[in-house]
Design a protein around this ligand. Structure first.
Ligand code: PLP
Length: 406
């Protein structure tokens, strides 16, 4: 037992010996140091799309490390895995001729997208365009750019002051967005949104909402940023939320399932409208980059992970997984055991009936060997590995029913 580890998103006073110590994983299962077996209903934190224990990713990482584990990509250096993953992501996103900036996390990807949007407008002669307009309930990570832009006040408490120039509007109200853009659109660098809001409780967008954002961004000369950190790499039955909803942004952030979490990696895909001002003057330098931007071992993990997603057709499989799981939950809703099921393909949330405590239900599910996540007192979220078997999906639904009816 160690008291030295200060856990992320945790009560600092929670006793160390009450944590569940995960030691191993295989497929959609993880195992703790007491030998207990859990079906992971959350793909860890929305990322383990190919599941656990994939030997070929381990081998790709080991092979890369035997050549060179890490070397930076600041000018004048590069490496093949970073170039290859940029090319793969550029091919997969719906943005034409996208270039890809690499990071190690979703938060860094969001902050990079915000900075790149602002600097692109400044380079285009519009430094007055600095506002980032985001939505209530949005989660864009924990570093100051994304934290300042997000729409979950509890996550901001005590951490101010925040980055200037962030405007957070009602989440689903396209009229409010239109009114704001009519008044201050000439000051806006970008509209920032998740295609499906995830950590805020899984809220798919209203019909036509994302297309409405695209229209408003175009009308007012702003960029549109999709934060695809959860939606990307198959979760919505398409490679990205952009394809799922048929709306193409100017910038797309990604992380999580690009490696299924085997090694941390994130990034931003950047379209032509944003690239052009950055590429207009060959003496100008982009003074932004992380030590590990383009880390070759992380990129090698991503390449092997994408090979698995393609070979096992996991993007298509997301629809099957989502239908089986959420049809099961819909039956629980019809039986009065749940108040609401929100869902988009293979990611969703269940709101419990009045009086139920989501943290207590989460713990009851853990005791039955099922992992979910309580994002507030009434909501559990679901995002299983895309390799989960039908039997395991049925066990999740049955276990959940058992915990709710008690
Ligand atoms: C939409 C979105 N953006 C950004 C982030 C932050 O990513 P990270 O935790 O890798 O910094 C998350 C994490 O859940 C996310 O869901």
């Amino acid at each position: 037992m160690t008291e030295e580890l200060l856990h992320p998103y945790a009560r600092p006073t929670k006793r160390d010996d009450t944590y569940i110590r995960i030691v191993r994983g295989s497929g959609a299962h993880v195992y703790d140091d007491q030998g207990r077996d859990y079906i992971d209903g959350m793909a860890s934190l929305w990322y383990a799309n190919v599941g656990y224990g994939r030997q070929e990713i381990t081998e790709a990482v080991a092979a890369q490390m035997q050549h060179i584990a890490a070397f930076h990509c600041f000018e004048p250096f590069t490496n093949a895995p970073a170039e290859q993953i940029a090319a793969r992501v550029s091919d997969l996103v719906p943005i034409d001729d996208a270039r890809v900036f690499l990071t190690s996390s979703g938060s860094e990807a969001v902050d990079s997208a915000i900075k790149i949007a602002r600097v692109a407008h400044a380079r285009a002669g519009h430094p007055e365009r600095s506002l980032i307009v985001s939505r209530g309930r949005a989660y864009h990570g924990v570093t100051y750019g994304g934290l300042s832009a997000q729409g979950l006040p509890a996550n901001q408490e005590g951490f101010g002051p925040f980055v200037d120039g962030m405007v957070n509007l009602a989440p689903d109200d396209i009229e409010a967005m239109a009114a704001f853009m009519a008044e201050r659109g000439h000051e806006v660098a970008a509209i920032l949104t998740e295609p499906v809001q995830g950590a805020g409780g899984v809220y798919p967008p209203p019909d036509g909402y994302l297309a409405g954002l695209r229209r408003l961004a175009d009308q007012h000369g702003a960029y549109l940023i999709f934060d695809e950190v959860i939606c990307g790499f198959g979760r919505l039955g398409d490679w990205f939320g952009a394809q799922h909803f048929g709306v193409t942004p100017d910038l797309m952030t990604f992380a999580k399932a690009v490696t299924s979490g085997y090694v941390p990696l994130g990034g931003v895909a950047i379209g032509a409208r944003v690239r052009a001002p950055l590429e207009a003057d060959d003496t100008w330098m982009l003074r932004h980059g992380h030590t590990y931007s383009g880390h070759p071992t992380a990129c090698a993990a991503a390449l092997a992970n994408l090979d698995i997603i393609v070979r096992e057709d996991l993007v298509a499989r997301a629809r099957h997984v989502g239908d089986r799981l959420f049809d099961g939950f819909a039956a629980l809703e019809r039986d009065g055991l749940l108040a609401e099921v929100r869902r988009c393909v293979a990611v969703g949330a269940t709101r419990l009936a009045a009086g139920a405590d989501a943290f207590a239900v989460r713990d009851a599910l853990l005791a039955k060997g099922v992992i979910t996540r309580a994002v507030n007192n009434e909501t559990l979220t679901w995002c299983p590995p895309l390799v989960i078997t039908d039997d395991d999906i049925d066990r999740v639904v049955d276990s959940f029913a058992g915990c709710l009816s008690r």
